[in-house]
Design a protein around this ligand. Sequence first.
Ligand code: NAD
Ligand code: WQD
Length: 369
Amino acid sequence: MATVLITGGAGFIGSHTCLVLLQAGHRLVILDDFSNSSPRAVERLAELAGLIPTGPGSWGDALRLVQGDIRHDHSLDLAFAAAQSSGPAGLDAPVEAVIHFAGLKAVGESVAEPLRYWDVNLHGSRTLLEAMERHSCRCLVFSSSATLYGYPETVPIPETAPVQPINPYGHTKAAVEMLLADVAGCGAGATAEMESPNGWRIARLRYFNPVGAHPSGQIGEDPDGIPNNLFPFVSQVAVGRRPSLRVFGSDWPTPDGTGVRDYIHVMDLAEGHRMALEALLAEEPQLLTLNLGSGRGISVLEVARAFEAASGRPIPVELVARRPGDAAVTVADPALAARRLGWRTQLGLDAICRDGWAWQSANPHGYAA
Ligand code: NAD
Ligand code: WQD
């Protein structure tokens, strides 16, 4: 059992990971500014974990919620203090590790507002690392992304594939990966598995396409405005918020002509974080870089059909031009995560659509309802 600071823990992937960690007996402090999430997500995950509220932002000796910004030393110090303080204010246990989800993630927005993306994603990560040094915590799991691979040259994509992002969001993730390699003492030549001469324990987890929701339908993805990504868009068509799905390109070199991706159930992803965290804490200092994906490719039309079947609602599709910046196929080679963590995905497309629909149908307007 460890005490873990979770930045961005109210967000989509963070909320599911917090639930899995609480159920495994870890104590958590969540730091989130709610710029893209709601405190309701934390209330609901706490309830799913069977925790009883003991005060504002406080659930016994298991969970604290701190509202604040990762770019501010003061917020970070408050979060570390919420772990260490004794009595009702704290968990009475110093932070042993950090899982760093907080950041901005919309590719199109990153093109329009590159400075904001560099500020939150890179400056925020650097400020967090400095706070970790101040509080003698040298164990970090970082949310990286398959977006780093840009237009991949080989599929399935191994961790050794070139890092060649093609948009500002991807550039910020590549920059943080480099920063982490330097902090670990591994430098520019970092490979997927390296010892850290600086005594850091760091995992850089490159997620493919995280989708789905907790099977209870109580927590899930709650995008602001019109969704950019396929799954939230399809769910909103099924629930009647959007008339039809525009399929971006039907002339890709794929079996049905539509784009192919490696969709990963968010509960599988949450387990991957738990396993990476526990491996880091148990093993010698290291820098570990892992793909988290299923290794299976699914097309846009397959997603639409599976979601129709799961929801019993029609998903009308309209075939339109390709979206700039898309690759035809991105699929993970997940062998290293299997070897290093014993982790592999357990849940396929049917479970993804079933659980995504459980969330969307029970919360047609997300946490706002
Ligand atoms: P999300 O937006 O749902 O969660 C991010 C959380 O961080 C939100 O709760 C938001 O309020 C918080 N946050 C943002 N800026 C903050 C700041 N300055 N200070 C404190 N909190 C802040 O996104 P998500 O889908 O859960 O993604 C989590 C991480 O995983 C991100 O770093 C993202 O880049 C990465 N990632 C996501 C995907 C994906 O498709 N969802 C894929 C690969 C990588
Ligand atoms: C999937 C497929 C689209 C919407 C993005 C980010 C990536 C990562 C995950 C954070 C593609 C097609 C989509 C629609 C469609 N995020 N599509 N109609 O682009 O693989 O990855 O999210 O790190 O960085 O780029 O995911 O869900 O947007 O698209 O036809 O309305 O669905 O063309 O083939 P993507 P996506």
